[in-house]
Design a protein around this ligand. Structure first.
Ligand code: 6IA
Length: 146
């Protein structure tokens, strides 16, 4: 694991910010080992309307550039989000490895467009300790030499 490794972290913004604290914990953990391109996703100050001083075209273009640059995409998918689903599809089209994390204590059911996709890794978790182990294994599998 090394900091040159770039991770695009995806989590719901306009889809709802109920799990923003979880995104922040995941980003904090990732940043010990790798570069996270999207640390704003974990900002508690980012409301459901988000970075309102920037327009949506700018946000879309920047995020697509970052996905292009990323070595892998990790998405927290418990709270449904159109943007996160779109990013997962885009990463997959670019053949970038994708890990999706789903809290199995949630009442939500994960979209079959994610859970049924054999090309991406979907892991259920119950707590941050499990998330950390899953992430460590995923990154290690991508880059066992580091
Ligand atoms: O549909 P959603 O808003 O839930 O999509 C969330 C996903 O799209 C995240 O993983 C982000 O990477 C991306 N995304 C959505 N909105 C933004 C944003 N500003 N800044 C950066 N990435 C974003 C918020 C825009 C806004 C609410 C003015």
């Amino acid at each position: 694991l090394h900091h040159k490794f770039k991770i695009y972290f995806a989590g719901s913004i306009r889809g709802g910010r109920n799990d923003a604290n979880v995104y922040k914990d995941i980003i904090d953990y990732l940043q010990k080992y790798v570069t996270v391109l999207t640390e704003h996703v974990g900002l508690e100050s980012l409301s459901g309307c988000g970075e309102d001083n920037r327009n949506d075209t700018w946000i879309y273009n920047r995020d697509m550039d970052w996905i292009n640059e990323a070595d892998a995409l990790i998405a927290e998918v418990t709270n449904p989000s159109l943007g996160v689903g779109y990013e997962i599809g885009q990463a997959q089209a670019l053949k970038i490895p994708v890990l999706c994390l789903f809290n199995k204590n949630s009442q939500n059911r994960l979209s079959a467009m994610v859970s049924g996709n054999q090309n991406i890794t979907v892991k259920n978790y119950q707590n941050m300790e499990e998330v950390k182990l899953i992430i460590k294994q995923f990154i290690y599998n991508l880059n066992p030499d580091s």
